[in-house]
Design a protein around this ligand. Structure first.
Ligand SMILES: [Mn+2]
Length: 355
């Protein structure tokens, strides 16, 4: 039995690219003859959105050959009041003690988000574990933080510094389950083995929600009984590039930027940073021209104002003081790497006095 696993779509009324991502996932589930499509939390950006967006959701998930299972996350757990209709074949997992039996002896369990401490959560998991039949293949849907792997708040979405359903891999060790299908971790796809057997998988957000989610997005498309597997999506995402200028190479940053843009995914938005030092005379450009030129090329691909932190140091390169220093440095026996560092330090220092 095939399952497609995602989380953290953060649907709202404004961000159309997130709806496109949902559509892409649903089509992927159909094309791959998936039996179940699971969304492990934060399908909606906020509780209030659900009432407005249910109809649109039904139009994408309704009439499909697969079942869709939704787990409430920390952003939307208050929204799923009982009786809400999301479409034929769409189920919300709202009771941690009530599994959903699927074919081939597969049992789906869901732990909807609730503000639990680490200790209470460990207890809750033990309790669910006792209800599981070891003759079945048990899968748990979960939305929260895996403390073993990442403890670094920027890797989650916009969450502040609270802890959300914090677990450790060891919590699952003695529970008879084969997979923990998780959500909440946005940065990227991540799969870990649970000691004692089974996998814990974060698929990463399927569409960039914050600018920290850079690079192509992914999902987990796997067959029950086999290893989880990352699939790459063609959804909207941010791409971050940094160009560092070097006054001693002839490569023009304008050409480099053209290269970057020509290989940019059609749904990517660019975050650009250009820093370093350049020889304006050699390139025939001053700082203003450099900024204008780079802006002109990148303009229609930029997600935000580019960060330009470069300096034209042609006046230093021509200064007698620097040339004397550079000649002495050349004669010295230092490694090329050290020479390069020393040269840059000299340029930065001499900027202040060079004429
Ligand atoms: Mn979340």
């Amino acid at each position: 039995m095939k399952i497609l696993h995602t989380a953290d779509l953060h649907l709202n009324a404004q961000s159309f690219e997130r709806w496109d991502a949902l559509k892409e996932l649903a089509d992927m589930a159909s094309d791959n003859q998936v039996s179940v499509f699971v969304i492990c939390g934060d399908l909606f950006d906020q509780d209030a959105a659900v009432e407005m967006l249910r109809g649109k959701l039904r139009s994408i998930l309704g009439g499909r050959t697969f079942k869709t299972i939704i787990l409430p996350g920390n952003h939307d757990y208050k929204a799923y009041r009982s009786g809400l209709y999301f479409g034929e074949n769409v189920t919300v997992m709202s009771d941690p003690r009530q599994p959903l039996p699927l074919k081939d002896n597969i049992m789906l369990w869901g732990l909807p988000y609730e503000p639990l401490s680490r200790e209470n959560l460990a207890y809750r998991l033990k309790e669910i574990g006792r209800l599981m039949d070891t003759a079945c293949k048990n899968l748990l849907l979960f939305h929260g933080e895996l403390l073993d792997v990442f403890y670094f708040p920027p890797e989650w979405g916009d969450e502040g510094d609270r802890r959300y359903m914090p677990v450790q891999l060891s919590f699952f060790e003695k529970i008879p389950l084969q997979y923990v299908l998780a959500g909440h971790f946005h940065s990227r796809y991540l799969a870990r083995k649970i000691p004692g057997g089974g996998f814990f998988i974060y698929p990463g957000s399927p569409v960039s929600v914050t600018r920290r989610e850079v690079g192509k997005r992914a999902a987990n498309l796997f067959t029950v009984g086999e290893e989880p597997a990352e699939v790459t999506l063609n959804s909207f995402h941010f791409e971050k590039f940094n160009i560092t200028l070097d006054p001693f190479t002839v490569e023009n940053p304008v050409d480099k930027l053209k290269q970057i843009i020509s290989s940019l995914h059609h749904k990517a938005a660019l975050l650009l940073e250009v820093d370093g030092l350049f020889d304006g005379e050699a390139l025939g450009m001053n700082e203003q021209m450099m900024a204008a030129e780079l802006n002109k090329i990148a303009e229609s691909y930029l997600a935000a104002e580019p960060v330009f932190d470069f300096l034209d140091v042609q006046h230093v390169l021509k200064d007698e003081l620097f040339r004397d220093f550079d000649a002495l440095l050349e004669e010295s026996a230092y490694e090329p790497g050290i020479k390069k560092q020393a040269r840059e330090m000299a340029i930065k220092a001499l900027r202040v006095v060079a004429r």
